[in-house]
Design a binder for this molecule. Sequence first.
Ligand SMILES: Cc1ncc(COP(=O)(O)O)c(C=O)c1O
Length: 386
Amino acid sequence: MSTLQSLGSERPHRAEAVVDLAAIRHNVATLRARAENGAQLMTIVKADGYGHGMIPVARAAREAGADWIGAAVLEEALALRDAGDTGPIFCWLTTPGEPLEDAIAAGIDLSAAAPWEIDELVAGVTDRPARVHLKIDSGLSRGGAVPEEWPALIRAALRAQQAGRIEIKGIWSHLASSDEPKSPANEAQLATFTEAIEVAESFGVDAEFKHLANSGATLALPETHFNLVRPGVATYGLSPFGHALPSAELGLRPAMTLKARYAMVKRVPAGAGVSYGLTWTAPRPSTLGLIPLGYGDGLPRHASNGAPIQSGGERRTIVGRICMDQCVVNLEDDQAAAGDEVVLFGPGADGEPTVDDWADAAGTINYEIVTRLGSRIPRRYIDSGR
Ligand SMILES: Cc1ncc(COP(=O)(O)O)c(C=O)c1O
């Protein structure tokens, strides 16, 4: 989860991911304003803040009004507490035998989807009851109790609550298709979720929070907001709808710019093959730039022979295969030198490629492009608003 420290403040870097915390704050405030009927906002910072850096993002989100911070796994949630976050934190992905007692003692809200998970929570309680959100599988078929097993989960949770070991704080679920707001799957999941709440209430559950909406639903499905929304990717200024509805049209600002400096620039003759397998051949004498980033840094190898970059104000293309530590760009006849800056992606405002352009080149989604960036790339935080 850590990123490499900068190699001395003034020295030029091989590469860096610049994260604008003002953009994070802007996006959090925008999402909060989109939450219907005063619903609270949980900013999702799992997977090192989708590659942007979990702790700085969580701090910026709190400053911009995030009521909750959401983390997938226990290590993340505990790291947030260790970093001094004292507000509500929700963490939903645990496996049997994990040290739940640490999270319970730290007042972290946890999820349960089966009676055995309630038992594990009860066993982890020391001085304060565990704060629990019961998860219904409303149709994603990932985590959550299927509707047939929902009553057994509720009964187990109520027994533990009556014994003073847990507090049922929430009922929640997760959507499969909010990136396609018109999909009938959304309506079906909403109906299943609503029914699960009714069943729980008929058993006597009085949960303060009900939550279902991720970014797509926060932006496009207000009927799913209940009283808490959980956007992730939109926090980072990326659209959950990809090119179909770009972030600018949603009022979001992409927060990350990925830059590097050429390790080498050289001229090759027509016919020169490039990179492993020689999958690209220079059709004419060409200038090539060597970017010191590769799949070891999280660039997708699938984006070989096609990913765009910006160099000297021009759009150019990565040619040949992306290697572990490096890749090659066809600079055509550009004037460039070792040490010059190359922008792989950014907000797009200055003509640079966007995360979505990289996602297209790799046949994936914007989420994956930023999240997989590795710890070899230092993150540098700027604050364009201050
Ligand atoms: C349970 C849960 N809630 C919320 C989110 C945020 O989703 P998104 O990034 O699509 O907004 C995720 C991420 O996948 C998730 O797993």
